[in-house]
Design a binder for this molecule. Structure first.
Ligand code: ADP
Length: 265
């Protein structure tokens, strides 16, 4: 499909279009150490296409490290990572770059380019990484900035925007790459409390109306309950319990899960 007629964001995954239910992400026996500390300990994780998976657990339990491994911002010491049937790790550099294009990430601190306009922040990677023409990239960016409610801010520098607006730009920027997987790393933690709900509502809309696979680290348990198909409870680099949100939040099996939930709810 030509880029200009392709849907802005892929439609929800269904059995009919063949994209639902297929394994998209697989971590096998992944170990990650920082110095003497084992942050992830022979972790196995599988996520099907179109699923919305939330990672919860105490600070330091390894959740963000998983997102950073998928984004190739850090490498495992052992194990394999596969995305959409292709190796992300271990893999030759060129293959790694190709596979990584399927993944977008939104960070806690937005990580926008301060010296570029909002529009350029969103067009930069589609132009340089995907090779889109300036017109194509700008058309896509304007549509996405409209979707996130910032169509009138294209020519501004991000530093002049509120935190909530900056995070919306970061979401538009991630979506502009048309990723199969969107990684959300505590995306509301740096926001003033009154700006949190707007960003979460936007993400709820995206989760509902697209087939993007979501992997989300959050302390917003209400949001996690709303958007997740599956919740994974981490403790010391291992998944100690997983299940649908109603089970995990309503009737967890594990004492550590109960303790954690009572500390954050
Ligand atoms: P979580 O997201 O569950 O809070 P993280 O994945 O951020 O946990 O971190 C897990 C552990 O790894 C923490 O103890 C953290 O201090 C450590 N860690 C993370 N990144 C680094 C790094 N670049 N260098 C050293 N230690 C790190």
């Amino acid at each position: 499909m030509p880029a200009d007629t392709a849907p802005l964001i892929p439609k929800p995954a269904t059995a009919a279009n063949g994209s639902a239910g297929r394994e998209l992400i697989r971590l096998e026996q992944v170990t990650k150490r920082f110095g003497d500390t084992t942050v992830l300990d022979r972790l196995d994780l599988s996520v099907d296409a179109g699923r919305h998976v939330t990672l919860i657990g105490p600070s330091g339990s390894g959740k963000t490290t998983i997102l950073r491994l998928l984004m190739t911002l850090t490498k495992p010491d052992e194990g394999t990572i596969t995305v959409d049937g292709r190796r992300l790790f271990p893999a030759p550099e060129k293959q790694c770059r190709e596979v990584r294009k399927k993944i977008g990430m939104v960070f806690q601190q937005f990580n926008l380019f301060p010296n570029m306009t909002v529009l350029r922040n969103v067009t930069e990677a589609p132009r340089t990484v995907l090779g889109l023409s300036r017109d194509e990239a700008e058309a896509r960016a304007r549509e996405l900035l409209d979707l996130v409610g910032l169509a009138d801010k294209c020519d501004m520098r991000p530093t002049r925007l509120s935190g909530g607006q900056q995070q919306r730009v970061a979401i538009a920027r991630a979506l502009a790459m048309r990723p199969r997987v969107l990684l959300l790393d505590e995306v509301t933690s740096a926001l003033d409390p009154e700006l949190v709900a707007g960003v979460l509502d936007l993400l709820r809309d995206i989760a509902r109306s697209t087939d993007i696979t979501l992997l989300c680290v959050t302390h917003e348990m209400g949001f996690a309950r709303d958007i997740s198909d599956q919740v994974l409870m981490f403790d010391a680099g291992r998944i100690i319990e997983s299940g649908p949100p109603e089970k995990l939040f309503g009737d967890p099996d594990h004492e550590r899960t109960r303790e954690f939930l009572s500390s954050v709810l």
